[in-house]
Design a binder for this molecule. Structure first.
Ligand code: ATR
Length: 281
């Protein structure tokens, strides 16, 4: 689709940026809705980040997504943070306000819950959840789960010190547990979430016996290459409901798109297929 001189503009900042899926996701929606707008990849060296935050609104950008390695640096470059960005300690979405000021949001928690709720409606949020991993994704997911009312998050990470520090930042409901006890932690849980890179193409599979999970538990893997990880295949074989990792990526893009381009976008099967095709190439 061609754009006019008054096209609405947004993009994604990272360094490097070529791997980002965001231009495809936003481009799909722009095309689908016939919007006069563009969403472009912005390769921004960390040394230039502050200057870009100052100048890009002046040339008409309505906002941008932030990916590695800028998510934490962005915290200090916006005038206001949403509670989610503040709690998660990272910004992935910037919206330029009408007075030119910048608002920083983190939509990972939103994306995680939106996809979980859509794929596994009625998931047991009144029971403990088990989260594997303690990186940036785990941080957003712990926040999302507490916000959804989960009574306890059992947090298992290979490096215990990292899960301890995440637990400290998240409050008493997040309990660090040792990596070796991850199978026992499944007893009585309503949800299991893998946020480690285990199970990703080229990585070893996650070694975990799912026997301890109750029959109505939900298994969510945030790895999306492959879409059906060995963990999700094992969960399906046990008859458990499963949630793939691609949906979180697609849903986290929604709040930025609706604010920059003025339309609430929908995550549907066609978008899934388009992005999967892109990932396979
Ligand atoms: P992100 O920010 O995307 O969550 P990350 O910070 O690189 O990514 O975190 C990757 C997670 O996968 C970490 O929890 C990591 O465990 P450590 O904190 O001990 O490094 C986990 N991980 C990676 N390889 C692993 C492996 N072979 N066994 C267990 N955990 C692993």
């Amino acid at each position: 689709m061609t754009i006019s001189g008054s096209a609405k503009l947004a993009g994604v900042m990272g360094w490097p940026i070529a791997h980002s899926r965001s231009p495809r996701i936003h481009g799909y929606w722009l095309e689908a809705y016939g919007i006069d707008g563009a969403y472009i990849p912005l390769a921004i060296n960390p040394d230039d980040l502050a200057e870009c935050f100052r100048t890009l609104p002046k040339i008409g950008l309505r906002g941008w997504n932030i990916t590695l390695p800028h998510k934490e640096a962005a915290l200090k470059l916006v005038q206001r943070l949403t509670p989610a960005a503040e709690r998660i300690g990272a910004v992935n979405t910037v919206v330029v306000q009408s007075d030119g000021s910048l608002h920083g949001d983190n939509t990972d928690a939103f994306g995680f819950i939106a996809h979980l709720t859509q794929t596994a409606p009625g998931w047991p949020s009144d029971r403990p959840a088990v989260v594997l991993g303690a990186g940036g994704a785990a941080r957003a997911i712990c926040f999302a789960l507490l916000d959804a009312g989960v009574p306890e998050v059992r947090l298992a990470n290979r490096t215990l010190a990292r899960s301890q520090s995440l637990a400290l930042a998240s409050g008493a409901k997040v309990r660090p547990i040792s990596w070796d006890t991850r199978a026992e932690a499944l007893l009585g849980a309503g949800l299991l979430v893998n946020t480690t890179s285990l199970g990703m193409t080229g990585q070893p599979p996650l070694d975990l016996d799912l026997q301890g999970l109750p029959d109505d538990a939900v298994v969510n893997d945030i790895v999306y290459v492959p879409l059906e990880t060995p963990l999700l295949a094992a969960a399906k074989a046990r008859g458990l409901r499963t949630v793939d990792g691609l949906g979180m990526l697609l849903h986290q893009a929604r709040p930025g798109f609706s604010q920059w381009f003025g339309r609430e976008p929908v995550v549907d099967a066609a978008l899934y297929a388009a992005i999967m095709k892109d990932i396979k190439h």
